[in-house]
Design a protein around this ligand. Sequence first.
Ligand code: ADP
Ligand code: FBP
Ligand code: MG
Length: 521
Amino acid sequence: MDSTISSSAFLSTPKFRCFDPTNSYHVKSNQTHPRYVMSLPPNGSMPISPNSEPKIITGECGYVLQDVPHLSDYIPDLPTYPNPLQDNPSYSVVKQYFVNVGDTVAEKVVVHKDGPRGTHFTRAGPREKVYFESDDVHACIVTCGGLCPGLNTVIREIVCGLYYMYGVHRVIGIEGGYKGFYARNTIPLTPKVVNDIHKRGGTILGTSRGGYDLSKIVDSIQDRGINQVYIIGGDGTLKGASVIFEEIRRRGLKVAVAGIPKTIDNDIPVIDKSFGFDTAVEEAQRAINAAHVEAESHENGVGVVKLMGRYSGFIAMNATLASRDVDCCLIPESPFYLEGAGGLFEFIGKRLREHGHMVIVMAEGAGQELLSESMRSMDQQDASGNKLLQDVGMWLSQKIKDHFRKRQKVTINLKYIDPTYMIRAVPSNASDNVYCTLLAHSAIHGAMAGYTGFTVGPVNGRHAYIPFYRITERQNKVVITDRMWARLLSSTNQPSFLEHKDVDSNKKQEEHHTQLLNGDN
Ligand SMILES: Nc1ncnc2c1ncn2[C@@H]1O[C@H](COP(=O)(O)OP(=O)(O)O)[C@@H](O)[C@H]1O
Ligand SMILES: O=P(O)(O)OC[C@H]1O[C@](O)(COP(=O)(O)O)[C@@H](O)[C@@H]1O
Ligand SMILES: [Mg+2]
């Protein structure tokens, strides 16, 4: 006989659980070949393990669900309530508003007809039953790490979404990142307070790097009676959020922890793209245009623009593809060299002879290995432990000028533009604003439905709940053996700077990273 898994059942013996996608989690202890199987951790019979194990549910034809934790996993007999959205006039027109339990989103949409169904994530959205009464919710929002266009929009939409969709009126902002939990005052947030903030860059809450003190943070959450924590930040922030969730779980608190992934660099894996990225690419056009105007107005004019991207060149690549004025794009994923046949100097000389001017766009993380070779290596870190990069744009500009003056006896008119903080500080554009709204709503629906220890984001266009470990285990990078980079090379006509052995090793390295089979993106 089937029985719905309660928290005690969840933590006790049966090795195999069937997942019925039309209903809920079920135990099928008498079935030898269950259709959907949840693999339990080896210590599945222990009362409560110190760290939650990934919730993996497997099914027929290679179906795998990487599910997210739920409050009922560690708190027994939690009451549920009807979702207040069912009485909301704005949403009642929607035919099928509530997401079916068991709806999942495929990580890969391009699959071979004979291939396995692959990894899936729980579909985001409102559920028929919620695990919080609106009057009991006390939510907080914190923003951590570097700035990114759209932070204020996400804050606004969490506050307004909680207020108008779920009737939640107690929301506070934590000032100045993680350290604000224990070192700063909180800010009461209402729809009135946040009404116009999406038109401003930055974050009204402030942000910081470093200052992460787990026990002080969770003490503060517990002491203030906060039961929904919305954490907006990048890979570092979400690693911290994952540990906060584990500590909350260890203490047995009914507190939902929801992460909203943020990074202007777009280096977060699994999700289609991060918010603020589109805005950054658009804003970068202004710098590239300026570099182009300067370059074409002078004899042997060279414009160099440095854009953000510590470990990944998405902003540089997309800004280059969008602009069509760029002659060469340099990113961290694609090593380049300066001297000799096929090198950057040779290419610059050729372009100047052909067109009289050129524009180079580079990501801040590009060519760092060349800098370390020629300068004393600096192993400095910021307060969060991120490696501090040296200014590759300034270095390269000087190298180009020196090379052409000394070796070619040619004076180069080089203008170096570093718009990074100007780009990061702008408000989000229209499409990012809509995107931020969806992210905020997904996070609210998830927390109200009792999910915890999860992040939100679109996977192949459909919003999903993704476990923290999938977001923090690696960085998303430009795959230089994919078609997108090939499109860039063909649009700029720059050399690939790659010897064949590099291409081969890149292919191998990226084979298991690439989202789409055959790298078709
Ligand atoms: N591994 C980690 N564990 C816990 N907290 C972390 C970790 N890495 C970073 N943090 C904290 O997360 C916050 C933001 O991290 P940071 O790397 O600066 O930005 P981002 O989240 O944008 O990557 C900081 O307060 C930092 O102390
Ligand atoms: O000067 P700061 O504030 O440390 O930020 C610089 C870094 O922030 C970023 O914009 C994004 O980094 P995060 O996603 O970690 O916030 C990087 O591109 C850049 O190297
Ligand atoms: Mg980071």
